[in-house]
Design a protein around this ligand. Structure first.
Ligand code: HEC
Length: 88
């Protein structure tokens, strides 16, 4: 899965949390309002995750994502973005 770098099991834990809302395939099939993230442009994913983490996006759903990203460091965000960008 290309996740050998960065924080190892910590990253798996984080991905499991993402998957809970975005589905393991990243296609938002269970919760459509979360948006499809599989195959999304990696640079965009890094950008938007950092925006959420910084609390720059407003609204109830954005607040959920700020909560979901606030403990991630930049290396984890890069690894997570790479992971979902690789999914189809
Ligand atoms: C509790 C549910 C929940 C969790 C956990 C969660 N998300 Fe989200 N995510 C959402 C919701 C809801 C939105 C829509 C936010 C909005 O409308 O601004 C969203 C939006 C996003 C977007 C933006 C999609 C787009 O089209 O712009 C990305 C990227 C994303 N999430 C990635 C992640 C990642 C990576 C994780 C794990 C670190 C994660 N999410 C964890 C619920 C969640």
């Amino acid at each position: 899965m290309g996740l050998a770098t960065a924080a190892g099991s910590d990253l798996k834990t984080e991905l499991a949390r993402c998957d809970g809302c975005h589905a393991p395939n990243g296609r938002a099939e269970t919760m459509p309002f979360t948006g499809r993230i599989a195959g999304q442009n990696e640079t965009y994913l890094i950008y938007i995750l950092r925006q959420y983490r910084a609390g720059h996006l407003s609204g109830v759903n954005a607040a959920i994502m700020t909560f979901a990203t606030k403990q991630l460091d930049d290396a984890q965000i890069r690894s997570i973005a790479q992971h979902y960008a690789q999914l189809q």
